[in-house]
Design a protein around this ligand. Structure first.
Ligand SMILES: Nc1nc2c(ncn2[C@@H]2O[C@H](COP(=O)(O)OP(=O)(O)OP(=O)(O)O)[C@@H](O)[C@H]2O)c(=O)[nH]1
Ligand SMILES: [Mg+2]
Length: 428
């Protein structure tokens, strides 16, 4: 069973209590205090593991508790610390507490302390002073952190496959990768996401195949759009369309609409389009379909014709995907790299640095973008170099600025102002 959400009760261990005790010495009624400290409670620690693929275990075992620390004892003996609880979760697990993200486990082996164990209380040996020779107090251990955690799994892959049911998504994955998903000639064969690694030249791509989408998926039709969460964190989408589709442009637009309804960010994701099942079709028909698609997808769209059984066009698609993935990763690296020299202290400050605003200047009709990070990128852009400007456009896209611009009414030749610089929204 594939499960991608779960609620769990998380409880770190309580600290042990400090002890009250006095040394027994001959001839002395009460020797000095020698009550030991309580032990620390165990932490609850999540560890991302490539060997775990779903959150299903948490449906059956919804309580995650670390051990309590032991109480201190006489002769200054510290109580034993409670053991940590280490919980393996799939890579791509997001943990929320009251709706707020507290951890995002993306890398194999990555560990995050989700709930901290309570400190042990001091024993009475700590409270001895010149005026208090026989302290009869010791501290209680602190409570461990407890809360209800919401877990969500969002697969992390390079490429996400989208398209109508029966478009040939799983077949494509099965031919280009090591994955062996179920394939059949009816809609909704795939009920849960599949991951596969495709080798291309000297590198590889992690590809996620999800159930097919249909018109109205965003309102819950078919299997709905719940599985789109698994392509949310992919770098590039591969949109597969059955070449035998009558209204091919309409089919393309329908899926794009569903993506847009799901998330304004997903619709801007770089994409490659592939017509599937072309092995039995004449070249003219294929070309006609590609032309029709180009009208809908724009002149710069990358469109391929593939056949999984005869392996036609597969390498070309994989290469196009890899180029796009590398491009996205490079931009991500650049955006992350500037974080290092931004004056930030915490995650929230970082988000502030990332923040931006879009405003239309009513007099000039220009769109003015403000924000620390984007202004910094603009300052570093060489506007004499068209590639430099395109890089800035890519960064704007990645930060979600373009979507806001089009909402505010900007079109291709609208003038964008960032800091002291001006340039058209799209390459002219
Ligand atoms: N002739 C031909 N048939 C194909 C090709 N790719 C897929 N098919 C067939 O199309 C049907 C659907 O393929 P699937 O891979 O299950 O399609 P899917 O997009 O994963 O479908 P869902 O999981 O329902 O969303 C199967 O009968 C496949 O054998 C192709 O390139 N050529
Ligand atoms: Mg499938």
């Amino acid at each position: 069973m594939f499960v991608d959400t779960a609620k769990v009760f998380i409880a770190a261990g309580n600290g042990g209590n400090g002890n009250v005790s006095f040394r027994h010495e001959i001839y002395v009624d009460k020797g000095g205090p020698d009550g030991g400290d309580g032990g620390r409670g165990g932490d609850v620690i999540f560890e991302a593991s490539e060997n775990v693929n779903t959150l299903v275990d948490f449906r059956f075992k919804p309580e995650l508790k670390a051990f309590h620390g032991r109480n201190g004892s006489k002769q200054n003996k510290r109580g034993r610390s409670g053991e940590d609880l280490i919980v393996k979760v799939p890579m791509g697990t997001i943990v929320r507490r009251k709706g707020e993200i507290i951890a995002d486990l993306t890398d194999n082996g990555q560990r995050v302390v989700i709930a901290k164990g309570g400190d042990g209380g001091f024993g009475n040996a700590h409270f001895k002073s010149s005026v208090r020779q026989t302290p009869r107090v010791a501290e209680l251990g602190e409570q461990g952190d407890t809360f209800e955690g919401e877990l969500e799994l969002k697969l992390i892959a390079d490429v996400g496959l989208v398209g109508f049911p029966n478009a040939g998504k799983s077949t494509f994955l099965s031919v280009v990768s090591n994955a062996r998903p179920e394939i059949a000639d009816y809609a909704f064969t795939t009920l849960t996401p599949n991951l596969g690694v495709a080798d291309i030249d000297n590198s590889s791509l992690l590809i996620a195949d999800i159930p097919g989408l249909i018109e109205g998926a965003s309102e819950g039709k078919g299997l709905g759009d719940a599985f789109l969460r698994h392509v949310e964190r992919t770098a590039v989408l591969l949109h597969l369309i059955d070449a035998y589709t009558d209204d091919i442009a309409g089919a393309y637009k329908t899926i794009r609409k569903e993506l847009e309804n799901y998330s304004s960010e997903l619709i801007q994701r770089p994409e490659v389009i592939a017509l599937t099942k072309v092995e039995g079709l004449d070249d003219e028909i294929i070309q006609m379909q590609i032309d029709a698609l180009r009208v809908a997808a724009g002149k710069s769209a990358e469109i391929f014709a593939v056949s999984s059984p005869s392996h036609k066009g597969l390498k070309e698609v994989l290469r196009a995907l890899r180029t796009k993935v590398e491009h996205v990763r490079a931009i991500e690296d650049e955006i992350n790299a500037t974080d290092d020299d931004m004056p930030t202290i915490s995650l929230t400050d970082n988000q502030i640095a990332d923040a931006w605003t879009v405003e239309k200047d009513q007099e000039t009709g220009h769109f003015i973008i403000k924000g620390d990070k984007i202004e910094k990128f603009a300052r570093r852009t060489n506007f004499d170099n068209f590639e430099g400007v395109n890089r800035l456009r890519d960064i704007m896209k990645k930060l979600g600025i373009n979507h806001e611009l089009s909402r505010a009414g900007a079109v291709g030749d609208s003038i964008i102002e960032i800091g002291d610089t001006e340039f058209p929204l799209l390459e002219q």
